[in-house]
Each structure stands twice: as structure tokens, then as C-alpha cells.
Design a binder for this molecule. Structure first.
Ligand SMILES: [Mn+2]
Length: 382
């Protein structure tokens, strides 16, 4: 008699990812940055394929929002499918999300028409055999905000004696997990209720474990400074029905989104402190760096910090240094830097007074402080 598959036999190994948002415009960044960010998202398909190959994974499961819009450009669709075709060592399981929901009919018609044989589209809640021992239960969103729990059918879906994998896109109840502010509807214990060995979720762009077998993979590339962990996909290994899934994050991000705060309260070596918050030089060309400087310094140090930030700026793909919360501290000797007397000195004194005047609005104080900082920097340059 042939023994049934035991726990030592690996039944399936796959990569779970979501929210590639191919074609995302990144409208608030300059055009050259946008192009680079869009390219990184397209390249994440290549990265996912490489991670699958490195780990002998047979499938890549994309849990929705592969495309950022209902109507991506033909180039975005075609090039994504071409990259999937080239990675013919895996099967790509592509399920719609809320950005590219099932009712984006023209998009999915185009995908179905051009898709290579190693792409398995999941446009309906119908069990799909990943292999002879593993069944996928997909819950593709029918519209942007379906307003009901599309995973309910998992509980009673007949799958014989196979491993059951759920794939869904949306937010989990009791956890405000939606990127789009949609209402939370997927019960956190759906995997348990439906007897799933694994439930792969999309929508939340950071990686997050909801339960023993329920995970948000997060997006393979970051799209903002919100999620602190480096982006990664999940390698999922399952050895048989009722066996616990082994889940391992595999790094995928090419672009770094780095936000830092530099507090200069009681700091002696301010420019040294500034250089220590900068990411490694070799990484900067692929980094968006958002620095916020706080604390209280004199005009000379403030000018040095400002210049050090400007000096580092060209290293980065994009950078922003916010000095508006760096309070300026000055005494009479500092004001002498601007002028010892005359109209300029009078202006500086008036601004210095306004900058600390509690009777005027914080905004007016801020404006006075910025104007004074500007006067100092002009004076220091001269
Ligand atoms: Mn999304």
C-alpha cells in the first residue's frame, strides 16, 4: 500500500505578494523620480520571479492591486505580461484587488487575451487546483468597495482532501488595515473557520501577520514613508493538509523610503549628528530621504546644517530637509552678524521680537523666524 503524503513531503511552495500597483503615477514627485518609481514597480515582477526561482517555488500568488488603475496603459499591461511570460518556471496566479477589481472588464479582457500560459487569472470565486494536492480559494473584489465579506464561501467550499489556500483583498475586522479607508470586513479567524492552511491577503501595503496562518504580504515596493519594515514577499511552504504553513519573508524592495528626525537639542557636534542620520552613500541614489530637523540652535549652526543638507541633496533620488521645526536661538552678538545698526539691524530686531512673541499666531512667529534665519544666512554668506 502506498502511504498517504506525510508531513515530511512538501506539498507546495509558493510566493505570496500583493499591491504591485503597476503604473502608479506618483503625482507629487518630479517626473524623473516618478519614472524611476514606476520602473521599480515593473521590476518587482522580475524580483518576485527570481525569489521564486531561488527558493524552488512553483507559484507566485498576487493578492490584488497588481494594477494601480482600472485602465492602465497598454504598455503597463503588455510589459507586465511579458515579464510573467519570461519567468516561465513559475505559474503566476493573478487575482484582482480593489484598484483593479473584476468589473474593470476592459483591463481583464486585455489581460486574458495577451496572457501567457503560465498566468492563471482568478476572476471568479471558484476553487482552482494549484497542484494535485492543493486547492486555491480566491475572493476577487467585484468592485472598488464591495461592502460585504467575499471570503464567506471559503467555509463551505468543497475541496476534497487537499490543502486549502485562501486568497483575498481587503481589510480585516477589528484592525484598521485598509489603505483606501474602506470598511473592515474579513473576519480575522476566517482561515480557522474555513479550514485553510494559509490565507494570503492583499490591500495593506506593509507586511503583517494577522493569525497563525493569515498574512498580509505587503507590497514588494514601498510607495511612501508609512511602513517602516523593508518591503518583502512571503515564501510559504506547506507539507500537507492540517500541517502548519512555514512562512518566511523574502526581501523585494529596490527603492528605499527613509524618513529620519534629527534632534539638535543640546547637541555639540551638529553637522556630525546630521551626517550620522544620512543613509549609506552607495544606497542614496535609490533612496527617497525625508529629514526633519528639530531642536534649538544658533544662527551659525543653523546655516551649517542647512548647507550640509543642501550638500548631500544631489546624492539622493529625492530628498527633503525640513528645518521649519528647528528653533533659532540668538543673542545680541548674533544680531551683530547681520548689522550693528541701521535699517537691517532694526528689521532683524523686530523679527527676533516677533519670533518669540506669544501674543501673535504660531504661524506669524514661524514666518518671523524663517525671515530672520534668511537674514542670518545672507549675512553669513557675505
Ligand atoms: Mn493596494
Amino acid at each position: 500500500m502506498v502511504p498517504r503524503a506525510t508531513k515530511s513531503v512538501l506539498l507546495i511552495k509558493f510566493i505570496h505578494s500583493s499591491d504591485l500597483h503597476l503604473g502608479k503615477p506618483f503625482g507629487r514627485y518630479p517626473e524623473d523620480v516618478r519614472v524611476r518609481l514606476r520602473q521599480a514597480r515593473a521590476d518587482s515582477l522580475v524580483t518576485l520571479a527570481a525569489r521564486a526561482k531561488d527558493n524552488d517555488a512553483s507559484h507566485i500568488l498576487l493578492a490584488g492591486d497588481t494594477f494601480d488603475q482600472m485602465t492602465p496603459t497598454p504598455t503597463v499591461i503588455r510589459q507586465a505580461l511579458n515579464m510573467m511570460r519570461a519567468a516561465d518556471h513559475v505559474t503566476w496566479v493573478v487575482m484582482p484587488g480593489n484598484h483593479d477589481h473584476v468589473n474593470a472588464t476592459e483591463l481583464w479582457r486585455q489581460v486574458a487575451q495577451d496572457a501567457p500560459p503560465n498566468v492563471a487569472l482568478q476572476l471568479a470565486p471558484v476553487p482552482f487546483a494549484l497542484n494535485s494536492g492543493t486547492t486555491l480559494l480566491p475572493a476577487p473584489p467585484t468592485e472598488r468597495n464591495p461592502g460585504r465579506d467575499l471570503t464567506e464561501w471559503f467555509d463551505t467550499a468543497p475541496t476534497a482532501e487537499t490543502v486549502r489556500i485562501g486568497l483575498a483583498h481587503g481589510s480585516v475586522t477589528d484592525f484598521n488595515s485598509s489603505e483606501d479607508g474602506a470598511s473592515s470586513i474579513i473576519p480575522p479567524d476566517r482561515a480557522k473557520r474555513a479550514g485553510l492552511e494559509y490565507l494570503g491577503l492583499g490591500d495593506w501595503h506593509g507586511q503583517l501577520q494577522i493569525g497563525p496562518e493569515t498574512w498580509y504580504s505587503g507590497a514588494p515596493e514601498a510607495d511612501g514613508f508609512k511602513h517602516a519594515l523593508p518591503p518583502s514577499a512571503l515564501l510559504v511552504e506547506i507539507s500537507g493538509p492540517a500541517a502548519p504553513a512555514k512562512v518566511t519573508p523574502v526581501p523585494t524592495g529596490a527603492i528605499h523610503w527613509h524618513r529620519a528626525t534629527l534632534d539638535l537639542m543640546d547637541t555639540e557636534d551638529c553637522t556630525g549628528a546630521q551626517s550620522r542620520v544620512l543613509p549609506p552613500l552607495a544606497q542614496r541614489a535609490l533612496t527617497l530621504f525625508d529629514l526633519s530637523v528639530t531642536g534649538r540652535v544658533g544662527p551659525v549652526v543653523r546655516a551649517e546644517i542647512k548647507s550640509a543638507c543642501e550638500q548631500a541633496a544631489p546624492d539622493f533620488l529625492w530628498q527633503n530637509s525640513d528645518l521649519t521645526h528647528l528653533r533659532l536661538e540668538h543673542d545680541t552678538a548674533d544680531l551683530d552678524l547681520i548689522d550693528r545698526q541701521g535699517a537691517l539691524r532694526a528689521t532683524a530686531e523686530a523679527l527676533a521680537k516677533e519670533a518669540t512673541d506669544e501674543t501673535i499666531s504660531p504661524q506669524a512667529r514661524q514666518t518671523a523666524q524663517e525671515a530672520l534665519s534668511h537674514l542670518f544666512s545672507v549675512a553669513l554668506e557675505a
